[in-house]
Design a protein around this ligand. Structure first.
Ligand code: ZN
Length: 299
């Protein structure tokens, strides 16, 4: 079950402090066989704020739960209005130096895989291959009635048509692609049904209160078994869906290295936590390994 994060968890004062020493990250990559587990922190430099950390949105944003979404048409209307607006922002987001560094690590054969908790598709946009999207992707839409999968851009086009002139200015955007809108701004936004059966459409992401599909979890467990080490990038590991892989790696005596600005729930299980911003940190590591990170594409 993916539980909604709360602000109630605060790291204990007895946690080991983070360092700025990138040597353990470079060493792990040099040894190869690294499995990357990434979270919202790797995408903040692309303009997608994290729930927590600097400018965190959790204090003003309550993420949609599966239960609310499926039970209340009004909740779906609010969600799709906000998500439709958020999609435009996500559509403009570009991979940053962190994503591009991970892609470079992969190209040079240093990784066994990439698991991401993000639904923004930026690892793939940077060129990473075989990315496991633990919480699904905003790129796809699933029908809860007939199971039809369709591209999000198609739905976006239909929503544009059904809501001509809908252009409120959101107070903020969240890592799940959900923009902050007041009820007044949502107004009489019109939701469109499944084009195949008329059923209820949902983004193909794992909502809070929903389970990650078991086959996907098992695939990730297999990736942990195959890996020599686990490199956590930009995740506070607050939710079990990611933390369990850190536990699995630690139990198998595989080194866990974390790069995250703030303390994480996995710090005690890690060899070290590097408290640096992802883009500059991973670029430095790539430099040390003599790898070329592709330049940012000019939009
Ligand atoms: Zn359908």
């Amino acid at each position: 079950m993916r539980m909604r994060p709360t602000l109630s968890w605060t790291p204990g004062a007895d946690l080991p402090p983070g360092t700025t020493d990138l040597a353990p990250v470079a060493d792990a990559l040099r040894a190869g066989g690294v499995l990357v587990l990434s979270g919202a922190g790797i995408s903040t430099e692309s303009g997608i704020p994290d729930y927590r950390g600097e400018g965190g949105s959790l204090s003003r944003h309550t993420p949609m739960t599966y239960q609310d979404f499926t039970a209340h048409p009004e909740a779906r209307r609010r969600y799709w209005a906000r998500s439709h607006l958020g999609w435009r922002t996500f559509g403009r987001a570009r991979p940053n130096a962190g994503h591009r560094s991970v892609a470079a690590f992969g190209r040079h054969g240093l990784l066994t895989g990439v698991i991401t908790q993000n639904v923004d598709g930026l690892h793939q946009a940077a060129g990473s291959e075989g990315v496991v999207e633990l919480h699904g992707s905003l790129d796809r839409v699933v029908c809860l009635t007939c199971g039809d999968l369709s591209p999000r851009r198609e739905l976006a086009r239909r929503l544009e048509e059904a809501n001509a002139g809908f252009a409120p200015v959101a107070a903020g955007i969240n890592p799940d692609g959900d923009a902050d809108l007041t009820d007044e701004q949502v107004g009489d936004f019109r939701v469109v049904p499944c084009a195949v059966c008329g059923g209820i459409l949902k983004p193909d992401v794992v909502f809070f209160g929903e389970n990650v599909p078991p086959a996907r979890v098992e695939h990730c467990r297999e990736l942990v078994r195959e890996a020599s080490s686990l490199l956590v990038l930009g995740s506070s590991l607050t939710v079990m869906s990611g933390l369990r892989f850190v536990r699995q790696a630690a139990e198998a005596d595989k080194p866990v290295v974390i790069v995250n600005r703030d303390a994480t729930r996995g710090d005690r299980l890690a060899v070290t936590r590097v408290a640096l911003a992802l883009g500059p940190a991973l670029t430095t590591v790539a430099d040390r390994l003599g790898l070329t990170v592709e330049a940012a594409a000019t939009a």
